[in-house]
Design a binder for this molecule. Sequence first.
Ligand SMILES: [Fe+2]
Ligand SMILES: [Fe+2]
Length: 217
Amino acid sequence: MKLEEYLSKFVGLKTLYEEVEQNFLTKGLVHHNRNHILRDLARGIIIGAEEGANMKVVLAGVLLHDIGRLYPESGKDHYSVGGEVAPKYLKHAGFTEEEIEEVVHCIRCHGPRGLEEPRTLEAKVCYDVDVLSCSVGYIGVARVFDYFMREEGMNVKQMVGFPSGRKGLRKNFYTETGRKLGEGGLKKAKKFWGELNQEFAKEEKCIRKIIPDYEGD
Ligand SMILES: [Fe+2]
Ligand SMILES: [Fe+2]
């Protein structure tokens, strides 16, 4: 089923979609932009439909998963802020209290550094969508570099140590469909990070033989 069909099937989803889309367009973030949301919606549809999840909750969760990034002035992580601001959007679109609670859970646990362990099928789908979007394959690697170097001002040396900074004992994937879709790409990405690490260490070693106080970047 196409996105447009889901938007007309569920009451309120189209309103939510339009409001969120407008917000992302207005803020104009470099990486967490409208295309990021669209890619994730498509994967939310692929995984959610295959897993038999409640698609209204999945799609609202995907739409709002990074909404916290539009409120950098709060100074908090985007999972907490997202969970705090999402009910306002959802109420406006006519979601019930129960649906709101489920969507907030999806937001709070959607990433590897999320605040909660995903306990519902819908939150598991949102988590896997996020993994596919930012950790899988060469595209995942490219997007991680793009985001952290352009938006967080990191250099290559800081990036080299980055993937090992995963918090907690999160699984790679929480759904069978997510695993099938992403397993190969995740291996590819891990191999790349490992090889990058080795190459960087080799370069530092070689240069320090000639210039011992070289710090590198
Ligand atoms: Fe995201
Ligand atoms: Fe996120």
